[in-house]
Design a protein around this ligand. Structure first.
Ligand code: NAD
Length: 274
């Protein structure tokens, strides 16, 4: 253990040495990039997702574990935490990343069943993740880092549907209130707010918004201009993963109760690119 800690301090590429991470929505996109980066940095990773084939093969490739988990079901999230505990005996990092996008049209005709469904995943899933990770971390008495994947949509209206926007804004509120309670246990709670990552989720939203049929590769080339990003290019899933790595590592040990936009400046400055 002592040797591992020394190694972690000496090697900047092993920043999560000996830590155990649970990542919901880790089968693809931002979650998958983060699972790989965490594993490269020495973490033992449990991927919890509804996409069984993708999740299981990624888990195998990073010598991690996969569990089928629908985050809207509390018992599934609890099982993911229990898997980490029975595998390695502790949970140090929880990334509540599972989410769905949606376009729900006008506020005047909002379909409440649709809203309920989206909130059951994006918001309730996060509540389940914070609750069960915090229980395990408090019991383990070693502190921990809980990270939630929010969105720039929580900061600026009009970027996404009403249901999605409120799910992420509520998530940021929960991050702050949970951080207040858990600080005394040295458990940090933060959120990261990406914008403009060409993922399957963004692709389906884009297709419905723009009514064009493009591939994920084409979206990657397209996204910077379409999303008015300052650098004229979109983010990669790895850009977001590196922010999560910092918040998961002990380097961010005095950072809690905050929301970090990973948006190329989008929510703070106007693009002058045509
Ligand atoms: P993605 O669709 O590639 O990834 C979402 C993952 O969540 C998938 O693996 C999916 O199977 C999983 N998932 C969906 N419903 C689930 C459920 N009920 N239980 C467990 N897993 C479930 O898209 P992404 O862009 O990588 O999204 C990851 C997160 O990033 C989401 O929370 C999303 O809201 C957020 N986000 C993305 C962007 C972006 O630009 N792509 C911007 C802001 C926020």
């Amino acid at each position: 253990m002592e040797l591992q800690k020394q190694e972690a301090q000496q090697s900047p590429s092993k920043r999560l040495m000996d830590k155990v991470a649970v990542i919901t929505g880790g089968a693809r996109g931002i979650g998958a990039a983060t699972a790989k980066l965490f594993a490269e940095n020495g973490a033992h990773v449990v991927i919890a997702d509804v996409l069984d084939d993708l999740g299981a093969s990624l888990a195998e490739s990073i010598v991690g574990r996969f569990i089928h988990c629908d985050v809207s079901k509390e018992e599934d999230v609890e099982s993911a935490i229990n898997l980490a505990l029975s595998w390695k005996g502790h949970v140090d990092i929880m990334l509540n990343n599972a989410g769905i996008g949606a376009i729900d049209g006008s506020i005047t005709s909002l379909d409440m069943e649709h809203v309920k469904h989206l909130l059951s995943i994006n918001l309730n899933g996060t509540i389940h993740g914070i609750k069960h990770a915090a229980r395990a971390m408090i019991k383990g008495q070693k502190g921990g880092s809980i990270i939630c994947t929010s969105s720039a949509a929580a900061i600026m209206g009009g970027l996404a549907s009403h249901a999605y926007t409120m799910s992420k804004a509520a998530m940021d509120g929960l991050v702050r209130s949970a951080a207040c309670e858990l600080g005394v246990h040295l458990i940090r709670v933060n959120s990261i707010s990406p914008h403009g990552v060409a993922s399957e989720m963004l692709l389906s939203a884009f297709k419905r918004f723009e009514k064009v049929d493009i591939t994920l590769e084409e979206l990657k080339g397209h996204i910077g201009k379409r999303a008015s990003l300052l650098q004229g290019k979109g983010a990669t899933a790895e850009d977001v993963a590196h922010a999560a790595l910092f918040l998961a590592s002990d380097e961010s040990s005095f950072i809690t109760a905050h929301t970090f936009p990973i948006d190329g400046g989008y929510t703070s400055a106007v693009s002058h690119m045509s």
